[in-house]
Design a protein around this ligand. Structure first.
Ligand code: ATP
Length: 342
């Protein structure tokens, strides 16, 4: 088996009393699109900075393809970083910005230009080489920053919230493009974001961070469908957390579980609920019509509230708003519950 692209062996980075990263173990595979997801201050950027070499662990070791790089300076590591603020040279043309890494290495001009053109093709900016960064849009600048990093063919590309400055539409478009570029070049991408939708859209695997620790590592569907902790259930998507007496009345066990709002079905009639389902009833306390779907807040007879989301396939706003105050039955499949650890 080949070495993982990155391995963290009980890595910590403490700043005085602040445990920015706390005894993290991690393996990122070669060629993987890996996201570090978590709220502000959870330690993602510190992890990225330690991989890049801008910061060093207080404890533990970091391996890059099997080599211990914990104490190597940034320029001796085969990694490149793309930052949110692009960090392009404003006085240079796009061609020169992209060619910069090759120029430093002494690659002859003709060869440099050939590679620059290939990179600008890859990021869908052919013909933009003569412009200056100020003559490009935010999304185009971000593509140049990507081309400038990729031209060095790093073993690992680090991306620190690179889409953070873009508006939602452009952001969504760039998410798809980034993923497709990563597939084409086959380089390991490590992507830092606090946006769960972004992480779910692009990643092969996601590490969910909270307070300097990793709560869960898994594929997007594992993290979404089978959250390992209450934190993950709440941070990645919306989830209903049910615990204590209510959990016991519904499932027979007093263990906390989560169930996603879209997995719960509502029934307003006496139709038979399929066998094997968890079922209960309650009162619709609130209805929020959101066009594509409607969000219902239901107070269960057992106590506690559940949020339920249903697509508006046939219903209209007039129909759904009438449901407020009605009795409903709710049911969901057992396999859609995740029992959570601490
Ligand atoms: P964000 O999404 O806001 O960038 P993050 O998850 O990337 O957050 P980090 O930047 O890694 O979080 O910070 C983790 C913790 O370490 C925070 O509490 C932060 O204040 C602290 N921290 C980071 N760098 C330093 C530093 N140089 N000195 C002191 N504390 C620091």
């Amino acid at each position: 088996m080949t070495n993982p692209a990155i391995r963290f062996d009980s890595v910590s980075r403490h700043f005085g009393d602040v445990k920015a990263v706390d005894a993290v173990d991690l393996e990122i595979h070669d060629g993987e699109f890996f996201s570090m997801l978590g709220p502000s201050g959870s330690g993602k950027t510190t992890c990225l900075r330690m991989i890049a070499g801008f910061d060093r662990p207080t404890n533990g070791q970091i391996f890059l393809y099997g080599q211990d790089v914990s104490n190597l300076p940034p320029f001796e590591r085969d990694v490149n970083t793309v930052f949110q603020d692009y960090a392009l040279f404003p006085h240079m043309t796009i061609d020169d910005n992209v060619a910069y890494g090759l120029m430093i290495k002494g690659v002859p001009k003709a060869e440099r230009m050939k590679q620059v053109n290939e990179m600008l093709e890859l990021v869908q900016l052919p013909g933009f080489g003569h412009r200056k960064p100020s003559q490009l849009s935010g999304g185009q600048r971000q593509r140049v920053a990507l081309a400038r990093a990729l031209i060095n063919h790093p073993k690992v590309l680090l991306l620190d919230e690179p889409l953070g400055a873009l508006d939602l539409k452009l952001r969504q478009q760039m998410q798809i493009e980034l993923k497709s570029i990563q597939k084409r070049v086959g380089i390991t991408f490590i992507f830092v974001t606090h946006d769960q939708e972004e992480a779910l859209t692009m990643s092969d695997r996601i590490a969910v961070f909270s307070q300097g620790k990793i709560e869960q590592i898994g594929t997007p569907s594992e993290v979404y469908e089978k959250p390992a902790t209450p934190f993950v259930a709440g941070f990645v998507g919306t989830s209903n957390l049910v615990s204590g007496d209510v959990a016991k009345r519904l499932t027979g066990a007093e263990k906390t579980f989560s169930v996603r709002p879209e997995k719960i079905h509502l029934s307003f009639s006496n139709e038979n609920i399929p066998a094997g389902m968890i079922s209960t009833s309650g009162l619709v306390r609130d209805v929020i019509y959101l066009g594509l779907f409607t969000r219902y807040l239901v107070t269960l007879d057992e106590g506690g509230d559940l949020v339920v989301v249903e697509q508006n396939l046939k219903t209209t706003s007039m129909d759904v708003l009438k449901i407020r105050g009605q009795k409903v039955r709710l049911f969901w499949e057992k396999e859609h519950m995740s029992f959570l650890g601490a």
